[in-house]
Design a protein around this ligand. Structure first.
Ligand code: KIV
Ligand code: ZN
Length: 508
């Protein structure tokens, strides 16, 4: 069995392409969770793309240990210099440089000949090697590049010192058999390929990213690139959790093994969804809400008799433990701690006391507290850095008179000062957002608003997500939780505006 290196690009190919501005705290939180998950490489960003990205990569390199930290560059010396500045404090730094050599990109994007492209590629790898031994080369749009051209550039960059070569299907155009054939062809025809790790990087435009990656791995690739929940540009990237669990179910099919901590998969997925505001569809493989629920009578009967009848992966394996304790307002700290530990949260006594108080407040409003509620409560706590709103919602009231008429009053508090204002709106949520706008005077456009329940029953908690766009085009996500959906919405809006305001302050 070969080791398969898991290369996570949630913070680069995933986040950047969504246009969402995650703050450094949020990126660090995701990175720390990726380390717990056991990925081998974190591609933390594209440092030359913006000062914000540079700073985020630098802080991740400085703080996140036990993993390779990689930065992306174009095949230009300036990008590589900036990238090195950003990653140089990493325990294991890697520069990921490259360019596209497919006919379409040569002609329309770069305006270079094959020879010029190869020269740029070799120059970039040699330049990166001056800084760091671990250099990955990507041949963007490799799948649509003539195989002979691909072989020439790969041989040249390996000669120049590349340690990993990445073969992206940038536009998600391949089928599994074609992509697998390409990797086999490379393994057989690139003379010095035995000296490097071959990496697969697939996009999901035709819904085949996972299948293509697996075909490439079976054909000899030893590194897979992708994102958590498959987030990314257009139809997204390869969903790492799918590749990992496909291999877990039958490693012999692929000839590889990973060193992933499977129990952290569900938690990582939830964190990425929470922070990016990109929800996971209920039917999504491995991490969707319905991935392990059996609805039809025949299936339920089968699973009760023997789990393996309809279950190829046990939910506990990916960190979704079976629930045997019902939590209500009568449950004590011990029961709460027990369940939280089963869900992977280990708290000291002081932390437990704080969560227990929140738990009791929630349990008073609900008959039963479900796992989803606990995750939400813990998200509130764990996300304290990412979601800490310096400005808090002290009180509010809303009155409505028909669908299009509502009036809201809000009182906000920051640094022991309060402000109060009121506004009319097209429904209660619009009214409360307008009242907040009147106080905060932060010019943004509301791009998206969604509300979902985090557990079952009429008394379920509401989980609101808002996305706001600033005048300079950046997108910020805010989340809010409450059993009162208007309060959840107001908290989410306030959360997003707090992030906008803190970025504005940070920029001076
Ligand atoms: O899809 C792609 O080609 C990429 C490269 C920049 C690695 O993301
Ligand atoms: Zn990509």
């Amino acid at each position: 069995m070969r080791k398969l290196y898991v290369f996570d690009t949630t913070l680069r190919d995933g986040e950047q392409s969504l246009g969402i501005t995650l703050n450094i705290q949020e990126k660090l939180e995701i990175s720390h969770q990726l380390v717990k998950l056991g990925v081998d490489i974190i591609e933390a960003g594209f440092p030359a793309s913006s000062p914000g990205d540079f700073e985020a990569v630098r802080q991740i390199a400085r703080e996140v240990k036990g993993v390779t930290i990689c930065g992306l560059t174009r095949a230009v010396p300036g990008d590589i210099d900036i990238c090195w500045e950003a990653i140089k404090e990493a325990e294991q730094p890697r520069i990921h440089t490259g360019l596209a050599l497919s006919p379409i990109h040569r002609q329309y994007k770069l305006g270079v000949s094959v020879e010029q492209g190869i020269e740029m590629a070799v120059g970039a790898v040699k330049h990166a090697k001056k800084y760091v031994s671990d250099v990955e080369f990507y041949s963007e749009d490799a799948f649509r590049t003539e195989p002979e051209v691909l072989a020439r550039v790969l041989e040249a960059v390996i000669e120049a010192g590349a340690t990993v070569v990445n073969i992206p299907d940038t536009v998600g155009y391949a089928t599994p058999w074609e992509y697998g054939d390409l990797i086999s062809w490379i393994m057989q025809n690139v003379k010095n390929i035995g000296r490097v790790i071959v990496s697969v990087h697939c996009h999901n435009d035709l819904g085949m990213a996972t299948a293509n990656s697996l075909a490439g791995i079976k054909a000899g690739a030893s590194q897979v690139e992708g994102t958590i929940n498959g987030i990314g540009e257009r139809a997204g990237n390869t969903a790492l959790e799918e590749v990992i669990m496909a291999i877990y179910t039958q490693p012999a099919r692929f000839g590889v093994n990973t060193t992933i901590n499977y129990k952290e998969i569900a938690r990582t997925s939830r964190l990425v969804a929470k922070i990016t505001g990109v929800p996971v569809p209920a039917h999504k493989a491995i991490v969707g809400d319905n991935a392990f629920s059996h609805a039809s009578g025949i299936h339920q009967d089968g699973v009760l008799k023997e789990r393996s009848t309809y279950e190829i992966i046990h939910p506990e394996t990916v960190g979704i433990p079976q629930n045997r304790i019902i939590l209500t307002a009568r449950s004590g700290r011990h029961a709460l701690r027990h369940r939280l530990e089963e869900l992977g949260f280990h708290l000291n006594s002081e932390e437990l006391n704080k969560i227990y108080e929140k738990f009791l407040r929630l349990a008073d409003q609900k008959q039963e507290v479900f796992d989803e509620d606990l995750y939400a409560l813990m998200g509130d706590k764990n996300g304290a850095n990412a979601y800490k709103s310096r400005i808090s919602l002290k009180s509010f009231s809303v009155s409505t008179a028909g669908p299009a008429k509502a009036m809201a009053t809000v009182e906000l508090e920051a640094d022991e000062r309060t402000a109060i204002d009121a506004a009319c709106g097209n429904g209660p949520v619009d009214a409360i957002f307008k009242a907040i706008d009147r106080i905060l005077q932060c010019p943004v456009t509301l791009e998206d608003y969604s509300l979902k329940s985090v557990s079952r029953g009429k008394d379920a908690m509401g989980d609101a997500t808002v996305k706001v766009r600033t005048e300079d085009g950046r997108l910020f996500v805010g989340r809010g939780l409450s059993t009162d959906v208007i309060e959840a919405s107001a908290k989410a809006y306030l959360n997003a505006l707090t992030k906008v305001k803190s970025q504005l302050t940070a920029r001076g």
